[in-house]
Write a protein that binds this ligand. Structure first.
Ligand SMILES: *Cc1c(COP(=O)(O)O)cnc(C)c1O
Length: 393
């Protein structure tokens, strides 16, 4: 069998993972190539100190991106681990005060499953439903808070729809009641301005590969204030203030630091670029009938556009779009063929949810890529509708 013709790939799946930046790769290969000059950062000798210096520098770079002090950052293997450490760790830290947590039905599985694990241990978990635009209203959050609530977990930007929550407002409600507030910011760190010093946020998760860093490394921000803390999930050495023991992955952490440094420098221009692509994509879809955007038109990160086309099945559409790489529903759901639980929570029918395509793009995407994807999409929708007439609503 012939290999697929990969002469042109148009990669529009940035919400799943982003291409690694050349300078990040350079930084990482440098660490690996010169591994003889770096020791274990726990060691006292000069090689150990060099490794420690690298890790500290990366922590400073990430701290600058987030507007926090470097000592508030714990390196992890990604956002999944950061979410678990934040939710299970903070719940255990506050368990003596009460056992109720609040989250949202459209969160990433890493958050929902961490909450489900706590529910099995006897915690009460309330899942708020967002409105049909995917937004969580402060009223809905206020209604869900109870005297025994210890933790609220709400994401900044939704990975399927791009919906952007009003974190400052939701966080203030938590602060007023002395409830810890965790934010999964995997889709926004490095892309939207974030200043955790200015935000009523206690815990914040991120992962390097969503902003042009390597896969397998991330971090959890833990606010330095009374009543805020996490109980570690792993036990071992004293690395990462004992909150995440184990020899740190030097090259990955250095890569995360480099990605943060680059993002600090070019976030504003990246965002202008992404907004232009977003407008170009939506403009190109304007002529097509029966198109619906899933998510919010007013509050979103413009690098994620989720569209349902009436009468068209998402999986067939995805095949017809090749070599354009997009997602149907979430990456985690696409194997199962089940309609996306995120879109269902927005009140979409199974049919609508199954017709959804997520376009996500960023720094390295060209206007040409968007135009190519648009031509493919419009042609595929038109052809599939002609094959199954009467299905279009
Ligand atoms: C990608 C993502 C995660 C998981 O990140 P990993 O690096 O795969 O652990 C968690 N939350 C959100 C919102 C994400 O987009």
């Amino acid at each position: 069998m012939n290999a697929p013709d990969n002469s042109r790939i148009v990669y529009l799946d940035y919400a799943a993972t982003t291409p690694i930046d050349a300078a990040v790769l350079e930084e990482m290969t440098g660490c690996l190539r010169e591994s003889a000059s770096y020791g274990n950062p726990s060691a006292i000798h000069i090689a150990g100190r060099r490794a420690r210096w690298k890790i500290d520098a990366a922590r400073e770079d990430l701290a600058r991106l987030l507007g926090c002090s470097a000592r508030c950052l714990v390196f992890t293997s990604g956002a999944t681990e950061a979410d678990n450490l934040a939710i299970i760790g903070a719940a255990r830290f506050r368990a003596h005060r009460g056992r109720h947590i609040v989250t949202v039905s459209t969160e990433h599985k890493a958050v929902l499953e961490a909450c489900a694990a706590l529910a099995k241990e006897g915690w009460d978990v309330t899942r708020i439903d967002p409105d049909t635009d995917g937004l969580v209203s402060p009223e809905a959050l206020a209604d869900a808070l109870r005297p025994d609530t210890q933790l609220v977990s709400i994401m900044h930007v939704n990975n399927e729809t791009g919906v952007l929550q009003d974190i400052a407002r939701l966080g203030r409600l938590c602060r007023e009641r002395d409830v810890l507030f965790h934010v999964d910011a995997a889709q926004s760190v490095g892309k939207l301005p974030i200043d955790v010093g200015d935000w009523p946020v206690d815990l914040l998760s991120l992962t390097a590969h969503k902003f042009h860093g390597p896969q397998g490394v991330g971090a959890l921000y833990i606010a330095d204030r009374a009543g805020c803390g996490v109980v570690p999930l792993l036990h071992g050495g004293s690395q990462e203030r004992r909150l995440r023991p184990g020899t740190p992955a030097l090259a990955l952490i250095a890569g995360l630091g480099a990605a943060a440094r680059i993002a600090s420098g070019r976030m504003a221009s990246d965002l202008v670029h992404v907004r232009r692509l977003h407008d170009r994509l939506l403009g190109g879809l304007a002529g097509l009938e029966g198109i619906r955007r899933n998510g919010s038109v007013t509050s979103n990160y413009p690098g994620i556009v989720n569209i349902s086309a009436a009468g068209v099945e998402g999986e067939s559409l995805m095949l017809a779009l090749e070599p354009v790489c997009v997602s149907s529903g979430s990456a985690c759901n696409s194997q199962s063929g089940e309609p996306s639980f995120v879109l269902k929570a927005l009140g979409r029918t199974d049919r609508e949810a199954q017709a959804a395509i997520r376009f996500s793009f960023g720094r390295d995407t060209h206007a040409d890529d968007v135009d190519f994807a648009l031509r493919r999409y419009v042609a595929a929708v038109t052809r599939l509708r002609a094959l199954a007439p009467g299905q279009a609503a």
